[in-house]
Design a protein. Structure first.
Length: 248
């Protein structure tokens, strides 16, 4: 399994490689294996056992790993608060993973105001376990496994959406389709005037915005919000630009 095209994914010797579903792939020629891995999407292929969840092994799949877990989660909440998120806001966390930021969002928001979606069902199951562990069930967070950014079953009631380190992991033609799905579908679960934040967006071009109800309204970098306070090294980070889209 090749992770090196994934800039925010920690590549270290502690990564629990055996948790990745390899099945028969190791017997395939590299080109064939890469074709299937790319088709599958590398985060989709990660599986977590109960033991992995208990040992917090899932943290090693995210940039910064366990060391920076809290800081990188806190950053996302602080950033959205600086952009006007309040406890009364309804937030859609796209590619929420094992709620590194989601746990902070859930704690901050009023009950019923958080929805986390991801295509990896083990991450979603882990998120649910974390909610129990942190006694956050009273906040009634919702979670869903979704494919192809298909938001059609989600009511159009969200004021904010964040896709943090999600759309940057696509590096072939098939996966670029995922970006197109994202921009085609993103208006569906959002209210008019809602704000969407996409990090690690150096790849972004306005030509993605074919949907007329979607407008690029801001582009943030380290001068706007200093990420070195959250454990990133400015010289090396690729979190910025973070783009803001507004639903019209
Ligand atoms: C680097 S992790 C970031 C997780 C979370 N946003 C955070 O900051 O902790 C990327 C996440 O996006 C999810 N993801 C990637 N592509 C996706 C897609 N096409 N649909 C849904 N989730 C996706 C992955 O499963 C993973 O949980």
């Amino acid at each position: 399994m090749t992770f090196c095209n994934c800039p925010d994914l920690l590549l270290n010797k502690h990564m629990p490689k055996h948790h990745i579903k390899k099945s028969f792939s190791k017997y395939l020629p590299k080109s064939v294996r890469q074709y299937f891995e790319n088709k599958l999407g590398h985060y989709r292929a990660i599986s977590l056992s109960d033991q992995d969840v208990e040992n917090c092994n899932y943290k090693e799949y995210m940039g910064g790993g366990a060391d920076k877990w809290e800081l990188r989660g806190t950053f996302q909440l602080d950033f959205l608060k600086a952009r006007g998120l309040s406890p009364a806001s309804k937030l859609l966390d796209i590619g929420c993973g094992p709620i590194r930021a989601g746990a902070h969002f859930i704690e901050y928001l009023n009950a019923g105001n958080y929805l986390g979606v991801d295509y990896n069902k083990d991450f979603i199951n882990t998120a649910r376990k974390i909610v129990e562990e942190k006694n956050l069930a009273g906040k009634r967070p919702a979670f869903a496994v979704i494919e192809n950014f298909d938001f059609k079953h989600i009511a159009a009631e969200y004021d904010y959406a964040i896709a943090f380190s999600v759309l940057n992991h696509f590096y072939n033609r098939y996966n670029n389709e995922q970006r197109n799905f994202f921009f085609q579908n993103i208006s569906k679960p959002l209210k008019k005037g809602a704000l969407v934040y996409i990090s690690h967006a150096a790849w972004f071009k306005e030509s993605y915005l074919k949907n007329p109800g979607l407008r690029l309204t801001n582009r943030f970098n380290n001068d706007d919000f200093d990420i070195t306070r959250y454990g990133w090294d400015t010289g090396k980070n690729n979190v910025y630009p973070i783009i803001e889209l507004t639903i019209e």
